[in-house]
Design a protein around this ligand. Structure first.
Ligand code: MG
Length: 479
């Protein structure tokens, strides 16, 4: 290898570039043309699970959790193996999805308060352009159903961020703790009254504490109703489940039914929910004009033992920059348009932003840096993903970078271990193709790769303007 590799050369050398994705089937061009000829804009549905790990679905290898609807969705669509979120915890990850930008740019990250809390004064800055706002310009109606977690004060709610309708919890379901046994004990046998979380419709609290047992079911009913009433115009449904974030709750029909305990019950109810959404799209004749994506906001919350999920063979989970924290299951479905395949290209939630706006006939904003790339070539079976790098931030600090199959860790720290960050110079280097579990540091064999990644980091930093931090500010109790 040459000592001065460029980013492109590095990827090509690693065999992950355009040659890495040759298709044996032609694109179903007639279907695409057909959709274009009808002049109908496609609908979009993003189903966002909470804290679900890479290894928690049947189609991602879980041995006991039954997910027949997601498995079928994967067989009919694309199952992505190397798909990433923008951060390893809820708030910044959701900001990345909805704005197409790394949270460092919007200010939706912080090193001490890693997410928003009920006493937070901040939220998604008005200057950010959400997917819903971008789609509104294209004539779309949008609903946010489920967990928001981008600011609970009125100016930050979904209805002030491009969504026409909102039904859900404004933040995490383990907040507003008011009762039950101390510490984690309350989670092992959770009761609704231990957490005084509000359930909102648009800007009003309609139930408090929210009856979390029926949340997945009620979110699903709301989602189905939104699809039914929006079917005559283009729509965007953002269904962000509260589950499977602890405390775990399920409705009666699912309690005690899975072989994986309460966690498995909750995953199986989400699978049922996905089945209901897809069935509704089929019944209404919308399936072939609707792009549906299923993924999760971050990896499994491992300190919660059997109430946390599994990252499968990936290292660690929620809260850290090892793969288990930020690589997620991701299934994309659009019968007749998304070419069924298992995709090993790089993708990220921020790319959904760019891809969806382009599919709707719009464009991402040009007055700012947008980190999302256009995944349409991969969806249509026409080419490979333009994404060639993944930046792993923890709060405001860049901990690791992936280029092609190589990932360099400049800093490591466990998700919730209470340990201090450890700097690495030279960085730890893992080959994720050979070593998806990040066990074997190969840095000493590849100084040229480390030099190439360092150049990518240098360029990234030179173009970076951090946004004003939103997560540290608190509501003043006695102003
Ligand atoms: Mg989460």
């Amino acid at each position: 290898m040459k000592s001065q590799m460029t980013r492109r050369e590095l990827i090509r050398w690693a065999g992950m570039g355009a040659a890495g994705f040759a298709f044996s089937h032609g694109l179903n061009a007639s279907r695409l043309l057909g959709a274009a000829q009808t002049g109908k804009k496609p609908n979009f549905v993003i189903v966002f699970a909470d804290d679900m790990g890479y290894g928690d679905l049947g189609c991602y290898g879980h041995p006991t959790i039954r997910t027949p609807n997601l498995d079928r969705m994967a067989a009919e669509g694309q199952r992505w193996t190397d798909f990433y979120v923008g951060a390893s915890v809820c708030t910044p990850s959701r900001a990345a999805l909805l704005t197409g930008r790394l949270p460092i740019r919007s200010g939706m990250c912080d090193d001490s308060r890693r997410v928003l809390f009920p006493d937070s004064a901040g939220g998604l800055p008005q200057g950010e352009v959400t997917i819903a706002e971008g789609l509104k310009e294209q004539g779309y109606t949008s609903a946010c159903i489920g967990k928001w977690h981008l600011g609970h004060l009125p100016q930050y709610l979904p209805t002030n961020n491009g969504f026409d309708y909102y039904f859900g919890l404004p933040y995490s379901n383990d907040m507003d703790r008011v009762g039950g046994p101390q510490g984690r004990e309350a989670f092992w046998n959770p009761k609704v009254e231990y957490w005084n979380v509000p359930l909102m419709r648009n800007e009003q609290i309609v139930e408090r504490p929210a009856d979390q047992n029926t949340l997945t079911k009620r979110y699903t009913e709301e989602a189905v109703r939104f699809i039914e009433r929006s079917k005559d115009r283009p729509f965007f449904l953002y269904l962000a489940h509260t589950m499977v974030h602890v405390p775990l709750f399920v409705s009666d029909g699912f309690r005690g039914k899975s072989s994986r305990g309460l966690y498995g019950d909750a995953v199986e109810e989400i699978d049922w929910s996905v089945g209901r959404i897809l069935e509704t799209l089929r019944r209404e004749g919308l399936a072939e004009n609707t792009f549906v994506v299923f993924t999760s906001d971050n990896g499994p919350w491992l300190p919660y033992d059997q109430h946390g999920g599994s990252a499968g063979l990936l290292r660690e989970g929620k809260g850290c920059t090892f793969e288990g924290g930020m690589r997620e299951p991701c299934i994309m479905w659009w019968p007749g348009t998304v070419r069924p395949a298992v995709i090993h290209d790089l993708g990220a939630t921020m790319d959904l932003y760019t891809t969806i706006l382009k599919l709707a006939g719009g464009e991402p904003p040009t007055d700012r840096v947008v980190d999302g790339v256009d995944l349409r070539p991969v969806l249509f079976g026409e080419g490979s993903s333009p994404r060639d790098a993944v930046f792993y931030y923890r709060g405001t600090k860049l901990y690791a970078v992936r280029i092609g199959p190589y990932k360099a860790h400049f800093i490591t720290q466990s998700g919730y271990g209470g340990d201090k960050p450890v700097q690495h110079d030279p960085p730890l280097l893992y080959h994720l193709g050979h070593d998806p579990s990040e066990k074997y540091d190969v840095a000493k064999d590849h100084p040229d790769v480390i030099a190439a990644i360092a150049k990518v980091v240098e360029q990234h930093r030179s173009e970076l303007t951090p946004g004003e931090g939103q997560l540290a500010r608190r509501i003043m109790k006695n102003p």
